[in-house]
Design a binder for this molecule. Structure first.
Ligand code: PLP
Length: 412
C-alpha cells in the first residue's frame, strides 16, 4: 500500500512543472522600500507590501508598542471569553466602532488576530444563522479568505462576474424564487486585492435591500487609504449613512495601512452579539497580545489624524505620478497587451497574461534591483497573470521613476 505522503508527490510535481510553485523569500532587513533579501547581493527597491502609509517603521508606533510591552508583558494568556480580553482590546474595539458609527447604525466592533480569521468568523456566523439554506453571492474576484469562507459555510454559493450587478440581480432573483425564506448575503472586496479596482457599494446595498440580504464588505485594502480621514470605503462611497446600512458587515484589517497586525469587524449590535455567541473564531482562540492592541490604538489614531492625511496625500500623489508615466489598459485587457490595469488605489497591477511571461518580467526587473511580485493562478484567474505593483507613502519620487523606467524598458 502507498505511504500517504506518496500521494502528494505527483500533484506537487505538477505544480512545479506548471511554474506555479510558491516559495518564501527571506527578508533580512526591516520592511520598507529598500529591502534586503537573504539571497540577494544588494538591497532591492520593493513594490510588494501592503504597508501603504509606511507605518510599519513609524517611530511613534515602535515607541508605543515598546511602552505597552512594559505595561502588559508579551501575551494575553487566554481567549477573549476567558481572561484574555484586556482594557487595551476593549479600547481598540471602541475606537474602531466609533469611527464607523457615522455609516453603520448601532455600530459595535470585534477584534481578530488576522483578517483571514475575521472573514472566517463572518461566515461561521452566517452559517449558524442561516443553516443549510444559507445563500451567498460573491464577486468572482473576491479574496481567497472570502471564497474559502463561503465554500465552508454553504452549498448555495453563487459567484457573479466581477462587478456585474446585472448578473448578480439575475442570481438573486432565481435564488429568492427558489427559497424565499433563505438567509442571503452578498459578499465583496471593497478594493480588490489583486486588481486595485473597487466594488460599487451603493449598487450592492440597493440590491441587498431589494432582496432582503446582508452585505459583507471586506475593506482590507481601503481602510486607512480611502475616504475622509482614511475611514475606508463606506466613507469614500457614501456622503452619509445610507438607508439599509444596518445590513452592512464591515471588515477592516490592521496589518496593511495600519502597519501592524490584526483585523476587526464592525456591524450593527445585533450582528455583533451573534458573532460573539456563535463564531468559533471569536471564541476558541487566544486573544492577540494586549501590547499589540494598545499600540494599535496609537496606529489607528495616527492613521486617521493630520499625519495620516499627509501620508495619504503623498500616496495619492505617487499613484497619479505612476499612472501618468506608464501606459494604461481599458477595463478588458486583450491577450498580449501589457500595461497598468484600471485602478485608483495603491494597488497598481501591471497586466501580463501568461505565467511564464509574468515570471520572466519579474526576473528582468529584479536583475535591475526592483522587486515586484508576479501573481499567478490560482491567486488570479488563468490567463491573467500580472505584476502586483503596490505603492506606499514611504516610496520617493525617485523610486517611482526607477520603477517606471524599468517597467517600460523590460516590458517592451
Ligand atoms: C481582501 C483581503 N481580505 C482579507 C485578507 C486577510 O487579511 P490578513 O492578512 O490580515 O489575514 C487579505 C490579505 O491579504 C485581503 O487582501
Amino acid at each position: 500500500m502507498d505511504h500517504p505522503l506518496d500521494r502528494l508527490t505527483r500533484p506537487l510535481q505538477e505544480r512545479r512543472d506548471a511554474r506555479l510553485w510558491r516559495h518564501h523569500r527571506t527578508v533580512v532587513s526591516r520592511q520598507g522600500p529598500l529591502t534586503q533579501l537573504a539571497d540577494g547581493a544588494a538591497p532591492v527597491l520593493a513594490f510588494c507590501s501592503n504597508d501603504y502609509l509606511g507605518l510599519t517603521q513609524h517611530p511613534a508606533l515602535i515607541e508605543a508598542q515598546s511602552k505597552a510591552l512594559g505595561r502588559w508583558g508579551v501575551g494575553s494568556g487566554a481567549s477573549h471569553v476567558v481572561c484574555g480580553h484586556t482594557q487595551a482590546h476593549e479600547e481598540l474595539q471602541d475606537l474602531l466602532a466609533v469611527q464607523q458609527a457615522g455609516r453603520i447604525p448601532e455600530a459595535q466592533a470585534l477584534g481578530f488576530a488576522t483578517g483571514y480569521l475575521a472573514n472566517m468568523a463572518i461566515f461561521s456566523t452566517l452559517a449558524a444563522a442561516g443553516g443549510r439554506s444559507l445563500q451567498v453571492f460573491s464577486d468572482r474576484l473576491n479574496h481567497a479568505s472570502l471564497v474559502h469562507g463561503a465554500q465552508a459555510a454553504t452549498r448555495h454559493h453563487f459567484r457573479f462576474a466581477h462587478g456585474d450587478l446585472i448578473a448578480l440581480r439575475g442570481m438573486l432573483e432565481r435564488a429568492a424564487t427558489e427559497d424565499p425564506k433563505a438567509l442571503r448575503a452578498i459578499v465583496v472586496d471593497a478594493v480588490f486585492s489583486m486588481d486595485g479596482d473597487e466594488s460599487s457599494l451603493p449598487g450592492l446595498l440597493a440590491l441587498a435591500v431589494e432582496f432582503n440580504a446582508l452585505l459583507v464588505v471586506d475593506d482590507a485594502h481601503g481602510y486607512g487609504v480611502v475616504g475622509p480621514a482614511g475611514r475606508g470605503s463606506l466613507w469614500s462611497q457614501w456622503d452619509e449613512a445610507p438607508s439599509g446600512a444596518e445590513r452592512i458587515i464591515f471588515m477592516g484589517t490592521l496589518g496593511k495601512a495600519a502597519g501592524m497586525a490584526g483585523a476587526f469587524v464592525v456591524a450593527h449590535d445585533q450582528w455583533m452579539d451573534a458573532m460573539r455567541q456563535w463564531a468559533p473564531e471569536a471564541i476558541y482562540t487566544t486573544a492577540s497580545p494586549p501590547a499589540q492592541a494598545e499600540a494599535l490604538c496609537a496606529a489607528v489614531a495616527l492613521m486617521h489624524g493630520v499625519e495620516g492625511e499627509a501620508l495619504r496625500q503623498q500616496l495619492r500623489h505617487h499613484i497619479g505620478a505612476l499612472r501618468a508615466m506608464l501606459p494604461k489598459l481599458g477595463a478588458a485587457a486583450a491577450p498580449g497587451s501589457a500595461g497598468l490595469m484600471p485602478s485608483r488605489t495603491a494597488i497598481q497591477p501591471w497586466w501580463v497574461g501568461g505565467v511564464a511571461e509574468a515570471l520572466a518580467l519579474a526576473e528582468r526587473l529584479e536583475a535591475q534591483g526592483i522587486w515586484v511580485p508576479a501573481i499567478r493562478p490560482p491567486t488570479v484567474p488563468a490567463g491573467t497573470a500580472r505584476l502586483r505593483v503596490s505603492l506606499s507613502a514611504a516610496h520617493t519620487e525617485h523610486d517611482l521613476q526607477r520603477l517606471g523606467h524599468a517597467l517600460l524598458e523590460s516590458a517592451s
